[in-house]
Design a binder for this molecule. Structure first.
Ligand code: 5AD
Ligand code: SF4
Length: 471
């Protein structure tokens, strides 16, 4: 059973398989095989891990068989994410049987959640490192090399890895992530993230701007500012000036008008008009917002501790569309949360009818041990009902996405070229500002990183298809 049609977790090209890291500048030395699961933040963290391991002479390999160390950067957000990791670890154990000196490490949210369990009880790994412990990896590797248990799952209130220049992995050379904050203070009742990633903290403005400049100089033309809740970004400069997310966004947009800026994730309770005003002022800030709703029913939203109602959420959508009518909007939605009735599920469908999302990442509720929902509420919606409800929202969403794409036929969009289309190498692919994937025929001199105008001639529910038009 596929849990979601999420493009965010393992995106379009990667669905069903984990991302295997390939460093840009591999040289001889020890080999690290690094596999990542979960959210964009995890993929971004893997780039920090690759950078830290580089300083120790490790370069990445795509082949686990030739690795001296295998790291798996994990997600704990739903149970099936953890099941996949366990299966993968069992496969790595087989490699280790013929190569006892091989080190296997588990990193990220599952490491943080299970702490020493996978090392001591299940003996599946040699190294355990939580999301705030990556600076310690060289020491952990040395400890494990000497045959001792290597564990660091301390959560920090300060760590932002601000000074570490990530090694860009599996990059198209055009789009990159910049982590602007870590952790989450929101305490949605279903979510394990506040326990695996700790308290919210913001990275310094200067280090973010520097990273954006460096990326532009290397040819990147799109950055996505990442945080669990970007709207609560807050950094106090030396003089005492406090920079909020709107101010940061503006500064990043000013790095270069030719660099697109995206951000994720916004929270309905925190998104401000100031952010919308900054978006309106800068053409290079993309007209796209990811605004998770989770449920369309106010009683369920309260049980989820989302701190807004259905009406509040719809009002925020109105505010966003009042500023930018043609904006692309996506959401996360959970089906079958504790005590959800059929009528409450219908409320989610009717909210979707009102908003008509361009994208949606849809999940069945998965109880996570230790969360407020697991402690206080009964996971009482049967799996088959959760699944049926998921199918309801997936098919409604597909219908909306197709309708939204059909409306774009005949229009012209500016596209940032990402490369050749996978299915047809005579076509190029790229995205519109609204984050829609566009496949198109173009002149031969057009290259990755160029901006071109594309007129849309046809579409599927997932892709717009068209031809380049001369400016
Ligand atoms: N079960 C299902 N989905 C979850 N999410 C977070 N926790 C859970 C859970 N326990 C989803 C939410 C969130 C996204 C990142 O993952 O929709 O926005
Ligand atoms: Fe989890 Fe809610 Fe924080 Fe998102 S905002 S990471 S869903 S607690």
């Amino acid at each position: 059973m596929r849990e979601s049609i999420s493009g965010k977790y393992i995106d379009e090209d990667r669905q069903g398989e984990a991302l295997v890291a390939v460093a840009e500048n591999a040289t001889a030395g020890k080999k690290l095989y690094l596999e990542s699961y979960g959210c964009q933040m995890n993929f971004s963290d893997s780039e920090i891990v690759a950078s830290i391991m580089n300083t120790q002479g490790f370069t990445t390999t795509q082949n686990p068989e030739e690795a001296d160390a295998i790291f798996i950067n994990t997600c704990a957000i739903r149970d099936n994410a953890e099941l996949r990791v366990r299966n993968r670890l069992r496969q790595f154990i087989q490699i280790k049987k013929n190569k006892p000196e091989l080190l296997v490490g588990i990193l990220g949210c599952m490491a943080e959640r299970l702490k020493t369990k996978l090392l001591e009880e299940e003996k599946l790994v040699d190294i355990v490192a939580g999301p705030d412990a990556y600076r310690d990896l060289p020491k952990l590797v040395a400890t494990a090399d000497s045959g001792q248990k290597a564990v660091n799952v301390f959560l920090s209130r300060e760590e932002t890895y601000a000074d570490i220049s990530p090694v860009r992995l599996d990059s198209n050379g055009i789009s990159a992530f910049i982590t602007i904050m870590r952790g989450c203070d929101n305490m949605c009742s279903f979510c394990v993230v506040p326990y695996t990633r700790g308290r919210e903290r913001s990275r310094s403005v200067a280090s973010i701007i520097q990273e954006a400049h460096d990326l532009f100089a290397k040819g990147y033309r799109e950055v996505t500012l990442l945080g669990q809740n970007v709207d609560s970004y807050k950094f106090e400069e030396v003089g005492g000036e406090v920079i909020n997310f709107a101010a940061l966004l503006e500064k990043v947009a000013e790095v270069n008008p030719l660099m697109r800026v995206r951000f994720s994730t916004s929270h309905p309770k925190d998104i401000t008009e100031e952010v919308m005003q900054v978006m309106c002022r800068h053409k290079n800030i993309c007209d796209y917002i990811h605004l998770p709703v989770q449920s369309g029913n106010s009683r369920i939203l309260e049980l989820m501790n989302r701190t807004y109602t259905r009406e509040w959420y719809l009002n925020r959508i109105k505010m966003i569309r009042d500023y930018i009518p043609h904006i692309g909007i996506s959401a996360d939605i959970i089906t079958g949360f504790c005590t959800e009735t059929e009528a409450e599920h219908e409320d989610t469908l009717s909210l979707m009818e009102e908003v008509k999302y361009d994208y949606a990442y849809m999940f069945m509720y998965s109880e996570r041990p230790g969360t407020p929902a697991a402690k206080n509420l009964k996971d009482d919606v049967p799996e088959d009902v959760k699944y049926k409800r998921l199918q309801d929202i997936i098919s409604l969403h597909r219908h909306h996405a197709f309708e939204s794409n059909k409306k774009d036929v005949g229009k012209t969009f500016e596209v940032l070229v990402e490369g050749e289309s996978k299915r047809d190498s005579s076509m190029l692919k790229g995205r519109s500002s609204q984050n829609k994937m566009i496949v198109f025929k173009a002149d031969e001199n057009i290259q990755k990183g160029d901006y071109v105008m594309v007129s849309i001639t046809e579409c599927t529910s997932g892709t717009l298809i068209g031809n380049m038009v001369k400016n």
